[in-house]
Design a protein around this ligand. Structure first.
Ligand code: G3P
Ligand code: CA
Length: 318
């Protein structure tokens, strides 16, 4: 950890070196603070993360908000403030004004505060809109003196969500040169995003999420996870509509190997892995190093300081 430096100026960072492996703060600094909050994103930035990751859902009145689940139940105090609607607390059943009355609560290893860190946002533990996350990343970029990337995920395979993401990003000045990846587990969504980007002449990088697949004949690609099972797509197919793949780590059925990453690179694709979630420093360092040695390009990390430390050590050793 890097407590004293966090308070003053941050503790690491890549000085805008896009060719080195990138650390993506998974749901913010979610190992330390409530996930998908401006406080969690800010702590991750102070820890030197390259990207912050907002997962996105749509409210009843069509606002994009940063929250992982399609319900408010797990991560907010909704049950204390509202009666159930349609038998539950779906984000899509609540207006933005209602969502804004809620507080995001600690889950997992996240705590309500982080020692020595005072969030700068006025409402650091409210559910942020996507626009607020974009604006926050820009503001923080000025504060820390380097570009803070954003890595939004379309959590629903929904054309309305696609349109909303692209509209906000374009209006906020993002383009092909920006520090951004848009991700989805749905290949239909990623394909559709690419089609719409082409039509709008604004092609921001896209990532297809799934599992690593490496067939016995050496054909490598991504398994798209669906209700009917895993649908394999080859790297060649994915490279037709995306710039990268985001694959689960530590999966024994579909292990990531150096050969797998080499094949992705040969197809022109980046390989990002999720989720690096080890709290123990030595164990985390070992895990990051194992995937960095395979050639991984980006790592979704619950403890971004661990990721930055491992990445910096890796770069120094090359
Ligand atoms: O988006 C990559 C990784 O975050 C996927 O896992 O469930 O945390 O969105 P999840
Ligand atoms: Ca995600």
């Amino acid at each position: 950890a890097c407590l004293s430096a966090v308070v003053l100026m941050g503790c690491g960072g890549n000085d805008d070196a896009p060719d080195q492996p990138q650390v993506i703060a998974h749901r913010g600094a979610s190992g330390y603070l409530p996930e998908h909050t401006l406080a969690g994103y800010e702590l991750a930035i102070r820890m030197g993360t390259d990207f912050i990751e907002p997962d996105l859902q749509l409210t009843k009145d069509g606002a994009l908000v940063a929250i992982h689940d399609d319900t408010l139940t797990r991560t907010t105090n909704v049950a204390d403030r509202f009666a159930q609607r349609n038998g539950g607390y779906k984000v899509a059943d609540f207006t933005l004004a209602e969502v804004k009355t809620l507080t995001v609560i600690p889950t997992g290893t996240g705590k309500a505060s982080y020692p020595g860190f005072t969030p700068s946002a006025a409402t650091p533990f409210a559910v942020p809109t996507f626009q607020e996350v974009v604006d926050f990343a820009k503001k923080q970029s000025n504060t820390v003196g380097r570009e803070v990337g954003i890595y939004p995920e379309a959590k629903q395979a929904d054309p309305v969500m696609e349109d909303g993401i692209l509209k906000i990003l374009s209006a906020s000045g993002y383009n092909v040169r920006s520090k951004i990846f848009i991700q989805s587990f749905s290949d239909e969504t990623v394909r559709s995003l690419r089609t719409k980007q082409n039509a709008q002449n604004n092609k921001m990088p896209l990532v297809l999420l799934g599992v690593a697949t490496l067939a016995a004949d050496g054909t490598a690609g991504v398994g798209v996870i669906g209700t009917a099972g895993v649908k394999p797509l080859t790297f060649k197919e994915v490279a037709g509509f995306a710039e990268g793949v985001g694959v689960v780590i530590n999966n024994t059925t579909y292990p990531i190997t150096k050969a797998y990453i080499d094949k992705a690179h040969a197809a022109g694709l980046k390989v990002h892995g999720w989720t690096f979630a080890k709290a123990d420093g030595a164990m985390a360092a070992d895990e990051f190093r194992r995937y960095l040695d395979m050639g991984m390009d980006g790592m979704f990390a619950n403890y971004p300081d661990q990721g930055v430390a491992a990445r910096d050590a890796f770069v120094k050793s090359r």
